[in-house]
Structure formats: structure tokens, C-alpha cells
Design a protein. Structure first.
Length: 112
């Protein structure tokens, strides 16, 4: 079975651009031989004006992280929400890897 990796990258703000980047990050992860998951996958089905749905989506993200082997922080921008996800991993001893823009662009796999 493949290692499951949570892709940690910005979502809100320029949402369309951020989702497109997350799609490329997930493709990078697949190319690295792992199975990627992220909150970005939920964006299209969540009503972000409905606070209950937003809260459920955020809780779902933590569940996805909990079920993952690692969290990959993609790029240099780290939002408050991303910090929460990183802190969650640190609290529960889930490996956090930082993937630089250079690594991503050049298709360099993270070291194990």
C-alpha cells in the first residue's frame, strides 16, 4: 500500500489559483509515488458561506491528516490554517516535510 500524504498549501484568498496549485501539488505527490489528500478536494462541495459546513470541512481536514503518514508543506507561504495543521502533526508525531518551490518545480522527491 502507498504512503498517504496530506498536501498542506493555501486555500482561501485567491481560491481558484490556490486550488489549481494544489492540483499540481497532488500530481507532484503522485509522481513521487505517494497517495495525496488535501482539504482542497472538499472545496467544490462545501458552501463556504455556511459556517457549519466550513467547520465540518476543517474537521475533515484534521481527520485526513490523522489518517496520513506524513504532511507535506508546499512552497514558502504558510497561512494561519496551515500552521494549525503543522502544529497538529507536531502534537501527534506525524512527520512534516517542507517541499521547496525548487524541489517541486524540478520534480525532486523528498528524502526519506
Amino acid at each position: 500500500m502507498k504512503k498517504q500524504v496530506y498536501i498542506c498549501s493555501p486555500l482561501l484568498g485567491n481560491t481558484g489559483k490556490n486550488i489549481a496549485k494544489a492540483d499540481r501539488y497532488r500530481q507532484y505527490a503522485i509522481d513521487c509515488g505517494v497517495s495525496p489528500v488535501s482539504i482542497h478536494e472538499d472545496y467544490r462541495v462545501v458552501d463556504w458561506n455556511n459556517q457549519r459546513q466550513v467547520q465540518l470541512a476543517l474537521e475533515n481536514a484534521l481527520t485526513k491528516i490523522w489518517c496520513s503518514d506524513e504532511l507535506w508543506v508546499m512552497g514558502t507561504e504558510i497561512t494561519d490554517r496551515m500552521r494549525e495543521e503543522i502544529e497538529f502533526c507536531n502534537e501527534f508525531n506525524i512527520t512534516v516535510r517542507y517541499i521547496s518551490n525548487t524541489q517541486f518545480k524540478q520534480g525532486i522527491r523528498p528524502e526519506d
